[in-house]
Design a protein around this ligand. Structure first.
Ligand code: 13P
Length: 249
């Protein structure tokens, strides 16, 4: 039986004091549940938030890191530098990274691999654009995004990873995929993984992301192949985020 994972992606939001306030509010009100709770915070706030989150069941992650261990990579933070903090998760391949910062499938795979090497769970984000959906190539695009990672690290590596399906047309638009649309894709993705390894597919947490909120989460989370959410905007509102978490438990 797969646990549900409710993950917040704060993106590039929150001053230091706002970040501490938000994290404190989440920690104070998050009761024990059968679901897992995660926030992926701006890396600069990690150290402060890690101090607040120790001894709580809130898990921490960050939104990006570079795969090389060290060297002349101005402005980057390596995955291995994050090992010293309490982070358990790393987002890789978010569509905003792919579209705005040019992260390629190959780089995403290297980041995924670097996270595993450091004992950090990678959350592989995949998603199609509206144009690709209209062209009927959604699954092709998603499989290609997964395949480059599988080629580098092997299918068994997904025993220690999560997948997040985030249709680009649903991110930050208020236009959520319907529960049926999302379930259809999640089921196809699980079947794709099952062709390579049934056990891996069965255990793989596949999160949905894209305008998930307190009002639509229940129906999405009720789908058999939706194992949680990767939540942007609503994760910045503690009441909404915790409502989604309580619906998942
Ligand atoms: P929104 O929930 O704001 O649509 O963002 C989703 C997302 O990109 C999470 O990674």
């Amino acid at each position: 039986m797969r646990k549900k994972l409710i993950a917040g992606n704060w993106k590039m939001n929150c001053s230091r004091s706002e970040a501490l306030q938000l994290a404190s509010a989440i920690i104070a009100s998050a009761s024990e549940s059968s679901a897992e709770l995660l926030i992926c915070v701006p890396t600069i706030h990690l150290s402060d938030i890690a101090k607040l989150a120790c001894n709580s069941h809130l898990k921490l992650g960050v939104q990006n890191a570079y795969w090389q261990k060290s060297g002349a990579y101005t402005g980057e933070i390596s995955v291995s530098m994050l090992e010293d903090y309490q982070i358990e998760y790393l987002l890789v391949g978010h569509s905003e990274r792919r579209e705005l910062f040019g992260d390629t499938n190959d780089e995403v795979a290297r980041k995924f691999s670097a996270a595993l090497e450091c004992g950090i769970t990678p959350v592989l984000c995949i998603g199609e654009s509206l144009q690709q959906r209209e062209q009927g190539i959604t699954l092709e695009v998603l499989k290609e995004q997964c395949q480059s990672v599988i080629d580098l690290v092997g299918i068994k590596a997904f025993n220690k990873a999560c997948l997040a399906y985030e249709p680009i047309w649903a991110i930050g638009t208020g236009q959520t995929a319907t529960p049926e649309q999302a379930q259809e894709v999640h089921q196809s993705l699980r079947e794709f993984f099952a062709q390579l390894d049934k056990d891996v597919a069965q255990g793989l947490q596949i999160l949905y992301g894209g305008s998930m909120n307190a009002a639509n989460a229940e129906a999405l989370l009720a789908q058999p192949d939706i194992d949680g959410g990767l939540i942007g905007g609503a994760s910045l509102k503690p009441d909404d985020f915790l409502k989604i978490y309580s619906l998942a438990g």
